[in-house]
Design a protein around this ligand. Structure first.
Ligand SMILES: *[C@@H]1O[C@H](CO)[C@@H](O)[C@H](O)[C@H]1NC(C)=O
Ligand SMILES: *[C@@H]1O[C@H](CO)[C@@H](O)[C@H](O)[C@H]1NC(C)=O
Length: 184
């Protein structure tokens, strides 16, 4: 009898809590509605640009914020220019803002956590977010595009990175990016 009463009590409390939760979510914290669009990702954009990672000189665009350069754990904060062509003087189309860190003890693999923020034409103000593994010595590295903003809202896709130029003395690099994005 006692255990019956206890479980009845729990049962009742459960429904009181559940109904409170439902009342709260219904129209306040969240709402749901049918997706009336045929597809949510109905556009595909292909972006092509060059990423300038400047670690040397008076105005580096990548600075070490933890660890020792080129060793396991080294972490850099970046604000790298993105240009239309490979020359640094080429037209600026955006900036890569974020971080990369050496996450491998064996090879030069980086964890990239980067937002590509664009300023070119209709893309001005829009961004895509990339989180991925970048084994820098591989010819082509693929990283997932996990989301976006503005034109790229609900983005999914991938970025292909290919080193265009690496100066072993200065450590500066130019990387060619092809980014394929499906979005709203
Ligand atoms: C991008 O938008 C910002 C703010 O709206 C504006 O100041 C800037 O001139 C625009 N840049 C380009 C290249 O259109
Ligand atoms: C590489 O960097 C060094 C040091 O900054 C510089 O003197 C040299 O001209 C650069 N080489 C190329 C090919 O850009």
């Amino acid at each position: 009898m006692a255990s019956f009463l206890t479980s009845t009590y729990h049962f009742t409390m459960f429904f009181i809590l559940l109904s409170t939760f439902l009342a709260f979510t219904d129209g306040k914290f969240s709402e749901q509605y049918p997706n009336t669009k045929a597809t949510i990702h109905d556009k595909i954009s292909h972006l092509h640009f060059y990423f300038h990672d400047i670690v040397s000189g008076k105005n580096p665009t990548a600075i070490l914020i933890a660890g020792q350069r080129n060793s396991f754990g080294s972490t850099a904060m970046i604000d790298d220019p993105l240009t239309e062509g490979p020359e640094p003087s080429s037209k600026l189309v955006g900036r890569a803002q974020g971080m990369y860190a050496m996450t491998s003890q064996q090879d030069g693999s980086l964890l990239m956590v980067v937002n590509f923020a664009f300023n070119e034409g209709k893309f001005n103000g829009s961004s895509v977010s990339v989180i991925g593994r970048n084994p820098v010595l591989d010819a082509v590295r693929e990283m997932p595009v996990v989301g976006g903003s503005g034109i790229f809202r609900l983005a999914r896709g991938y970025a292909l990175a290919k080193t265009y130029q690496y100066n072993i003395t200065s450590g500066d690099a130019v990387v060619e990016y092809n980014v394929f994005i499906t979005h709203d």
